[in-house]
Design a protein around this ligand. Sequence first.
Ligand code: FAD
Length: 292
Amino acid sequence: MKITELFEKDKLSLSFEVFPPKTDSAFDSVKEATEEIARLSPAFMSVTYGAGGGTSQYTLDIARNIRERYSVPTVAHLTCVSSTKETVAARIREIHAAGIQNIMALRGDIPQDRQNDDRSRWDYRHAYELVRELKESGYDFCIGGACYPESHPESENQTEDIRHLKEKVDAGCDFLTTQMFFDNNLLYRFLYRIREAGISVPVIPGIMPITDKKQIERALKLSGSFMPRRFLDLVDKFGEKPAAMKQAGIAYATDQILDLFAAGINNIHVYTMNKPDIAKRILANLSDILEA
Ligand code: FAD
């Protein structure tokens, strides 16, 4: 099923992101966790991709397993910046052969040791090149792209970032998923700006429940997101009490989801960090609303 077919329903629908194992020995436990999440029947699940290609096979293995065993629509992530045209073409064929209809087309982060390369020699420099290639592949994929309510860290300013986002969407994105954010007003302002810039594809907000103190540092490093005082106060109060911090983080994420739904945004993606209990508790908090 194509992700874009979900956007017609006037109901709250939650989807979940999982990541593949980084090592062979972690495969079984990750598979089990992703299966437990799939059994919750989310609207769809996305499976991330290792930028350096290290976990590339596992992305497909996990996505295929979820789709075949649990009939959950899946999105396979695919990055291009560290790859050759041949490798990417092979991955695209494999994703298609696995019956996966949705691809999140990403550039990926530029590895430290390639920061000073002559980029004109790379097969890919930006995600729009992969989007265009997928569009021209003849496979009829539903194509997603990443977007950044607080701008991509490499962008000089938001105007530039949105200009490049428009190019990426025009190259063939059918939908966009956002980077995590912790203040919904940033998302609303971003949506206003991209609509004004002529980007009209559906945008799925990505919500990251922060459930322990250490995770904040990691999340900030990854996304550079703004942490509202209201959230930092919760960390001050519960940071040293793991169970309470977890409950507070889940409540905060639930509140963000409710606010987005009340504002007319029905489809929301939750970064589960492969933790089934977080997915379960968010669903439990919203059980009647999901039925309404
Ligand atoms: P791009 O769209 O290429 O944008 C990157 C930067 O280049 C931006 O600053 C943009 O403004 C700029 N730019 C774009 N086009 C041009 C142009 N023509 N000229 C000049 N500048 C340009 N990473 C992974 O490794 N694996 C994953 O599975 C993964 N999943 C993700 C899912 C989501 C929803 C998000 C938000 C991010 C994900 N990432 C993942 C991280 C992502 O790979 C990084 O943020 C990466 O640095 C940028 O990828 P992109 O696809 O947004 O790149």
